[in-house]
Design a protein around this ligand. Structure first.
Ligand code: ADP
Ligand code: MG
Length: 703
């Protein structure tokens, strides 16, 4: 094995001096040969395809053309001098322009009635005319025709790199220098049996092919091999963590279901549980009496009733003499959980507390005290729960709501709240695509609530253009006449905060005009209001004293007003899909038919249109999350950025679900036969896994 070769510093590569090496490190994190080799192309250009001049439009990335040079000229004086060659095929003409090396190119490229050239580059429009600056160009029939031979890799680059000649071509050139010396220098990372199972390329061949594919079939094989490998090692790591935890971390045994649970279940349960809720409660309960520490993700769409599931399990914890806590990402949500839970538990004489950032020191002290002497049985709160002063007498279960808003480190912090790690129940209301869940939470067990409480009518979602606002107002009046309440939500985005507030206030005014007092009452809630004013307005709406609530997205999470049955979302095209889905989830909580109206301008981007269509087509959060993932890519999905596991170099969770499943199943199989990866045939896998772990540590030191 020659890891030394792969670890060679990048400046040792021919063509990379100290300056370029510095840029490669800074701009692309390429430190050594292995980094360059795993700096994969982001797409390929088919060099066997030729475009015609008339087919060219500004959206095309790279094109290849065949034709003749019909005119050449030098333009401009000294510093701005450039060489322009007019290129023509039988459909039209365009200009090829060289700013650098103009003289050299003017000697090389001549007008000719017979010579044919192949030209390759990115067309741009300048003064209404198409041109290609600094194209690759070759005379047809020239000895070294590399063009038109195969798929050409295209690499990401940056402006800085480009200015130093490290554009996609420049990077390709470096790969070309490295390619011939690869022979037997890239160690295999998978075992023979894994490679055979999928008839994969060796790692070395895959890396060669990914940069210089022989043909589309080989490219496919190379992509599969490298994607598989990338996902396989992530899964292996997650699954190993899981096994390790299950074998080394003991869990509190909640051996009984006692009075708290039974009393509540028999006498105070506000409604019949859905079958899904019952099943999930059981799954969790079994976990908590297994002797292993539970780490379970509870997934369920908005409104599926996760809070009640959490509460039932909290009661089991109390029945076994343990305290519990419930952590939520926002103060509004923590407050609401506190109201709901202390309300439901009122008849049971249970001590429930709330701790948020805005609590006074004196109140905090009291809470801390009650936690330590065990008087306080359930603590609900925000990030404030993470603080070191928050110490329990004996905590047995931690529930985290809206997990995607917390990081892994925060989850880990809650482990330390008892001498032995408490059980962890992690709830996610934002449905995340399964591929993402498997990658982000691959070390957790998963329970899914796949059923809505009965009596809910599917929310009807409509898309309306701004110029139909009068109709929408008319509809709102009908609904108010039926006794319903309405949300009207405006976007509020940091970068355009000022304008957004203006839109909000303008909107509020026009709604107040269209819905005049005393017949109608209109509330407004936004982030710039004082907390008590916000509360006051919120309460008026909750109590049904106002008909319309005009708001920013502050109401996105939490708010639960069953009588509100219409959600109007202004400038809906400015919201992402998951946010639209969350907002829509504020209605449809009662028995009445609910509506969500998406208002947009007439001009919509194709993405915007797809988002509106998706919302109108389905209420299924998972389906929406899948579309969201495809539109935005995993890096942009809320809460995933910090996780690190998503620094994928080649696999794409939106597209590679199949590969991910294969990789995960293979990892399960390998570990089940060789849990510690001790068998000789798995030595390369074990070695690579250890390397990955080391690298991660090194990385965090560097950055
Ligand atoms: P989420 O899963 O989004 O956290 P909640 O726990 O807030 O959902 O529940 C949404 C609403 O559904 C609440 O008003 C809750 O009281 C109600 N609910 C929960 N379970 C049931 C059930 N089994 N039958 C009827 N309503 C229910
Ligand atoms: Mg919830």
């Amino acid at each position: 094995m020659s890891y030394t070769f792969l670890n060679t510093p990048i400046e040792y590569l021919k063509g990379v001096g100290p300056q370029k090496a510095d840029l490669l490190r800074k701009e692309l994190h390429i430190f050594k040969y292995s980094d360059l080799l795993t700096f994969y192309p982001f797409r390929y250009v088919d060099r066997t395809k030729f475009y015609k001049v008339k087919e060219i439009n500004a959206d095309l990335p790279f094109v290849q053309l065949k034709g003749k040079i019909v005119n050449t000229k030098m333009v401009g004086a000294k510093r701005t001098q450039r060489f322009v060659a007019t290129f023509a095929d039988n459909t039209g003409t365009l200009d090829l322009v060289w700013f650098q090396g103009a003289k050299w190119f003017s000697d090389k490229i001549k007008q000719s009635a017979t010579d044919e050239y192949i030209v390759f580059g990115k067309p741009t429009i300048f003064n209404g005319v198409f041109n290609i600056s600094h194209p690759e160009i070759e005379l047809v029939g020239e000895e070294n025709t590399t063009l038109a031979s195969a798929l050409q890799a295209v690499y990401n680059s940056t402006e800085k790199l480009k200015s130093r000649g490290l554009d996609t071509k420049g990077i390709s050139r470096l790969q070309k220098v490295l390619a011939p010396v690869l022979k037997n220098n890239i160690p295999e990372t998978l075992s023979n049996s894994v490679i055979d199972r999928f008839q994969m390329l060796s790692r070395e061949d895959a890396i060669k092919q990914i940069h210089f594919p022989q043909n589309p079939e080989m490219l496919k094989k190379a992509e599969f091999r490298l994607k598989f490998e990338e996902l396989f090692f992530i899964q292996l790591k997650l699954l190993k963590q899981k096994v390790l935890r299950e074998t080394t971390v003991r869990g509190f045994v909640f051996s009984k279901v006692g009075d708290y649970f039974n009393n509540f279940y028999n006498n105070y349960l506000p409604f019949e549980l859905t079958n899904a809720q019952k099943r999930v409660i059981k799954e969790i309960r079994l976990d908590m009496c297994s002797g292993k520490q539970m780490n379970r993700l509870l997934q369920g769409d908005v409104g599926s009733g996760k809070t009640l599931v959490a509460l039932m399990n909290i009661l089991i914890s109390l029945d076994n003499g343990f305290q519990t806590c419930l952590m939520a990402p926002t103060e509004i949500l923590a407050n609401q959980h506190f109201e709901t839970i202390s309300g439901l538990l009122a008849p049971l004489n249970i001590n429930v507390g709330i701790l948020t950032g805005s609590k006074k020191v004196k109140q905090r002290k009291l809470i801390h005290q009650q936690l330590q002497n065990g008087e306080m049985q359930i603590l609900i709160g925000t990030h404030a729960l993470l603080e070191d002063e928050v110490q329990f007498k004996n905590i047995g279960l931690v529930v985290i709501d809206e997990q995607h808003r917390f990081g892994v480190a925060q989850r880990a912090k809650m482990w330390e709240k008892n001498t032995q790690a408490p059980h962890m129940l992690i709830m996610s209301a934002t449905p995340i695509p399964r591929t993402l869940a498997m990658t982000l939470y691959g070390d957790l067990d998963v329970s899914v609530i796949d059923e809505m409480p009965p009596g809910r009518k599917a929310i009807q979602t409509l898309h309306r253009f701004d110029n139909h606002r009068d109709n929408v107002f008319g509809f709102m009046k009908q609904q108010i006449a039926l006794g319903r309440q309405i949300y009207v939500v405006y976007p509020l985005i940091k970068e355009s905060e000022k304008l957004d507030y203006k839109d909000l206030m303008d909107g509020y005014e026009s709604i107040s005009r269209a819905f005049p007092a005393p017949q109608y009452q209109v509330s407004i809630v936004h982030g710039q209001m004082k907390a008590d004013a916000k509360d006051f307005e919120m309460q008026r709406f909750v109590k049904g004293q106002t008909n319309i609530m005009v708001a920013t997205t502050v109401i996105e999470v939490g708010v639960d007003v069953p009588n509100a049955s219409v959600m109007v979302i202004e400038s809906a095209e400015r919201f992402g899909l998951s946010q639209l889905h969350q907002l829509r989830g504020r209605v449809g909580r009662g028995a009445e038919q609910s509506y969500c109206i998406l208002m947009t301008s007439y001009k919509l981007s194709s993405d915007g249109k797809l988002r509106m269509d998706t919302m109108c087509r389905t209420n299924d959060g998972f389906e929406i999350a899948d579309v969201d993932l495809k539109l935005r890519g995993p890096g942009d999905m809320s809460g995933t950025i910090q996780s690190g596991v998503l620094d994928l170099k080649i696999a794409d969770l939106a597209k590679d679900a199949q590969v991910l499943h294969s990789a995960r199943n293979m990892a399960i199989e390998v570990l089940s036969e060789d849990p510690n990866l001790e068998k000789p045939e798995n030595s390369s896998i074990a070695y690579q896994l250890a390397m990955n772990n080391n690298n991660r540590i090194n990385w965090s030191r560097i950055s």
